[in-house]
Design a protein around this ligand. Sequence first.
Ligand SMILES: [Zn+2]
Ligand SMILES: [Zn+2]
Length: 397
Amino acid sequence: MRREASRRVRELGSIDKARTLTRHAFAALRRGDLSPPGRGKKGRDTPYIAEMRPQDILMSVAAGLCCKPGGFHIDPIRPVERAVITHGHSDHARPGHGAVLATQETLDMMRLRYGDNFAGSTQAIGYGEELKLGDVRIKFHPAGHVLGSAQIAVSCKDTCIVASGDYKDAPDPTCAPFEVVPCDVFITEATFGLPVFRHGDAADEIKKLLASVALFPERAHLVGAYSLGKAQRVIALLRAAGYDAPIYLHGAMEKITRYYERRGVALGELRLVKGMKKADLAGTITLAPPSATSDIWTRRFPDPVTAFASGWMRVRARARQRGVELPLVISDHADWDGLTATIDATGAGEVWVTHGQEDALVHWCTAKGLAARPLDLVGYGEEDEGETVPLAEDAEA
Ligand SMILES: [Zn+2]
Ligand SMILES: [Zn+2]
């Protein structure tokens, strides 16, 4: 009887430890790849606490990518308590979170788009800065996608996972260049994850645009480009090609473009289209959100040549469908060669593939002997499909 009681006391004393053990062990057991708890008492049962599996550090849930040991989500699509955000595009940076951790630029862009109360609280973090959150450490690295865009390295004990968000390895004068971050698990996007996607040199596409402007001095050139990132990159590329005439902007792009200038990105002389006489727009270049290039807004231009700057312009059917006369293959996402070269360079043994054409990239990884799987994340990629412009701004611009 007494022996029974003392056994119970011993059990109670270790209950907390047992609970943690069981929780991890259950998850592992469900995956069917660990031996039952309690086995191998001679020091062999510690590893599954000491060595966390990548899936225990980051997992995809309905709200997005969840880091349980760190108590946060990355780019959540639903309001959460703590969000860590890779970049300012609306499919990644959504309003309504309790707290947001991001680069200063991403926070500013969210403020510009959603207003001052876009989150309960905010904290800025710089590239290369490390922060401890719960049981993990996180560090931001440039993603080369748009101004302020970051890859987020999440480390727990000896395991490092890099969530790269959207990225490109091609040069872009408007943001910090992509940095290869060595890791165990690399989470890659796959927007252009098919071997047919090879973007080529953006400067050559700009030459095409300038050749068209020279060829049709009596027509206006209207270039569809996403307001955040692509528009500013096209302007910077035009300047780099020696084009120094004023460049015109649709009103919906003004705020974000001025913000780029405030952050030190030189864009030359910019003017708003609003208030311009039709005849005066002959021979000029105007940047507008993609949706505006196909509506009545275009009537204010003399016989406009419609161009569109996007990686999707590699697909002729897409250009035709949109009524694009001058497709410009300029993308802020890595192409097939960029994706595969980056995966190689990270040295990751495991790759998780998300938002886009996952299958081909998963297959490529598997053939190279890497563990790879698609991540079932939904709700991303809309930014590149068709940007919505607030009606009022559209009418005004
Ligand atoms: Zn993006
Ligand atoms: Zn994206």
